[in-house]
Design a protein around this ligand. Structure first.
Ligand SMILES: [Zn+2]
Length: 361
């Protein structure tokens, strides 16, 4: 039995089409009435886009309904699905809190409201019915002013119980004109002791070596092994992990077929660079984490050994996994222990204190 860690999932893209459709039907008939039926909506919501920019536009549809009042509704269903269908034991959920505040308010008031959003998401995530260890990653956004992004970093520092890291999102082609500012934002995050990741080397437009040293993990990073393999040595030396999200590259037109990822995995494995396989936008893609794993196997991108190495890497690079070992080793020890006669069982090394009892309730 194995449980998984998901390190790269956007709150905006995590709502599966059926849940979003039901929400629209109940609360926003002005949106659902634009589609003849559910199938038409699903087709619109999940179909591939030509570019990353076009793809990111879809997030605005979900962001507009994920208001402070509606967030608990979506988060409850997200964690329920992650637990029941994806076997997740650990989930880092990322979003830009500023984009969940009311649009009509002036910037300073929206900045102030961000704390309430973090608290709302934090409280909604900490339910016991579906016990997945969940933390937030707050995303700076390439289209937001520096002042807002700095406030996002400061907010991450204020809520260590809910927030485990900061990210940079919003389209990597936008970074070029603001590199100095982005470097100073990451330096600020580091000075506050905040963990860092960032969408970087996702597309050919998003390759900025200036930002690389500031990241503990790299959001996507696939262009490093594909186009800049000379960087792999330093990525390995820094212990940085790539968050690879296979379906995304097909939906954004970055890759044409999943088999192109074989080069990414092969070169990273050879160079000693860890990869965590992630979904990015499981709802928007309608593809859950176990299916990402299965596709990589069936398309001969990786084998079972490689898959297991990536699953283990995900827990090792998780910013807030609270245990010393992974669920698979804890569960194996527990299951073996229950099968053995009492005297023998006592010789099995038990992961004392590491089991989250809530899993078995
Ligand atoms: Zn992403």
């Amino acid at each position: 039995m194995t449980l998984y860690a998901e390190l790269h999932r956007h709150l905006g893209g995590s709502v599966v089409p059926r849940i979003l459709w039901r929400y629209f039907q109940r609360n926003r008939p002005d949106i659902s009435s634009q589609f003849a039926a559910y199938d038409a909506f699903e087709d619109f919501y999940t179909r591939p886009r030509k570019t990353l920019e076009e793809y990111l536009e879809l997030h605005t549809l979900v962001e507009s309904v994920q208001t402070q009042e509606a967030l608990p509704y979506f988060i409850y269903r997200l964690i329920r699905g992650a637990y029941i269908f994806e076997n997740l034991a650990y989930l880092e959920l990322r979003y830009t809190p500023y984009l969940r505040t009311p649009e009509h308010l002036p910037q300073n008031e929206r900045i102030e409201k961000m704390a309430e959003i973090v608290e709302t998401v934090g409280r909604a995530s900490q339910q016991t019915e579906y016990p997945v260890v969940t933390r937030q990653i707050l995303c700076m956004h390439s289209k937001l002013p520096g002042e807002v992004n700095r406030a996002i970093v400061d907010l991450a520092a204020q809520y260590p119980e809910y927030v485990c890291a900061v990210d940079l999102a919003g389209g990597d082609a936008q970074y070029r004109d603001r590199l100095d500012e982005l470097v100073s934002l990451y330096a600020h995050a580091q000075s506050l002791g905040i963990n860092t990741t960032g969408h970087l080397y996702e597309t050919t437009e998003g390759c900025y070596p200036e930002l690389l040293p500031y990241l503990m993990r790299i959001g996507h990073g696939i262009q490093i092994p594909l186009r800049h393999p000379e960087l792999l040595k330093e990525v390995a030396a820094r212990g940085q992990c790539l968050e690879v999200c296979p379906t995304t590259y097909l939906k954004t037109g970055t890759l044409q077929e999943i088999r192109q990822l074989k080069t990414v995995f092969d070169r990273c494995f050879d160079a000693g660079v860890d990869i965590a396989i992630c979904t990015d936008n499981a709802g928007l893609h309608n593809v859950r984490l176990p299916f990402e794993y299965e596709t990589l196997l069936t398309q001969d991108v990786i084998g079972f050994d490689g898959l297991q190495a990536c699953q283990e890497a995900a827990f090792r690079h998780a910013f807030a996994w609270p245990h010393n070992s992974q669920p698979s080793s804890m569960l194996s020890a527990l299951l073996r222990r229950t099968r053995l006669p009492r005297a023998e069982a006592e010789t099995v090394e038990a992961p004392s204190g590491l089991i989250n009892q809530a899993w078995f309730q």
